[in-house]
Design a protein around this ligand. Structure first.
Ligand SMILES: [Zn+2]
Ligand SMILES: [Zn+2]
Length: 353
């Protein structure tokens, strides 16, 4: 079929409308896009982080939609189903996949980098790990697109941190991933602190997941650490084994998250920042702490991540905003200027004539 989308043609330039042919191959599904979230990774691709497929490339990796056609060998039960398309689609066959490390599968497909993505009317993806949901077409299904990346990545990082009930969880950066992460951590029984420079974001999270909030503006990382220690003391929180999540994807955020390390702490690096930061790596040794990276989410964790949303433990609506897909470049500009607080979800509005 002939699909339409918005493609990265030139770095640092607005996305351009593109018509292209799509047909599901063996094991693949053709998915009609209901909603596609816009992620900072899309901005990174526009700014020069290399995509795996060459340009022009339709971006977008946070998709919900419905299966409209299946290639040979794909599960016929998927026909017509509403689905969430995981941002990372592993092969399911290799040794890493067999170990449950699908998120680092070397044959994984990441829509909007390996293949044309979700800023489009349709996309083709491997069918195997599509996540069916019983949700009606339109905004109810479109809003779930953020599970494909922002929620599931946060979910994976929280689970992998080993977070347990009563742990002290600190999120540095309270945007999309951080905002969902703090709700997930709270739902799992952690005590939660959100750190962000944006007072509006902090106010929204005080209603959803953050027991405490802190705006670090104007203080050094050392001073912030002192404040957090004081908070832990007066609130009877654990003094050790903090679970720290770097979800800002900024240099000051990364420096602060590392500076918060203490005895037995776990630092989960979830946000992406292309630049370098200077840290004293020996703190990991001195505090017997550990640092983990997080890329995507293994499909095996998706049903649990979806449950936290559908059961109401994680609120989406205060943190998302819908836009017609034709306004994609305006949305991207808003994100690049730091003016877009809520996770934008693009709704395809292509002229069908
Ligand atoms: Zn993303
Ligand atoms: Zn694999």
């Amino acid at each position: 079929m002939r699909a339409r989308g918005y493609a990265l043609t030139e770095l640092q330039a607005p996305l351009e409308a593109l018509d292209f042919d799509l047909a599901p191959g063996s094991g693949e599904a053709l998915v009609e896009v209901c909603g596609c979230g816009v992620c900072h990774t899309d901005i990174s691709f526009i700014e020069g982080v290399p995509t795996r497929r060459e340009r022009p490339l339709v971006l977008g990796h946070e998709v919900s939609g419905r299966v409209v056609a299946l290639g040979e060998g794909a599960d016929p039960a998927l026909e017509g189903r509403a689905v969430i398309v995981p941002a990372v689609l592993p092969c399911g066959e290799c040794a890493l996949c067999a170990k449950g490390r699908g998120e680092i599968c070397r044959r994984q497909v990441f829509p909007g980098s390996d293949t044309h993505g979700g800023f489009a009317s349709h996309l083709v993806v491997p069918a195997r790990f599509l996540q069916p949901v019983d949700v009606p077409w339109g905004k109810p299904l479109a809003r779930l697109s953020v599970i494909a990346d922002a929620v599931s990545t946060a979910f994976q990082s929280v689970e992998r941190s080993g977070l347990a009930e009563g742990d002290f969880a600190i999120f540095v950066g309270a945007g999309g991933v951080g905002g969902f992460g703090i709700q997930i951590a709270r739902a799992l029984g952690a005590r939660t602190l959100a750190i962000d420079i944006d007072p509006e974001r902090l106010a929204a999270l005080r209603e959803h997941g953050a027991e405490w909030t802190l705006n670090p503006t104007g203080r050094s990382a050392k001073e912030i650490k002192r404040e957090v220690r004081a908070l832990a003391k007066e609130s009877d929180l654990p003094a050790t084994e903090w679970k720290i999540f770097e979800t800002s994807g900024t240099a000051p955020g990364q420096e602060l998250a590392f500076a918060l390390l203490g005895f037995g702490a776990t630092l989960s690096v979830v946000g992406y920042h292309a630049g370098e930061v200077s840290v004293r790596l020996s703190n990991l040794m001195a505090f017997d702490a550990r640092a983990l990276g997080n890329w995507g989410c293994d499909p095996a964790r998706y049903p649990r991540a979806i449950d936290t949303v559908l059961s109401g433990l994680v609120a989406l609506d205060p943190f998302i905003e819908f836009f017609p897909m034709s306004r994609v470049n305006e949305v991207i500009d808003r994100m690049r200027r730091g003016e877009q607080r809520k996770r934008p979800i693009l709704l395809p509005d292509f002229d069908r004539s």
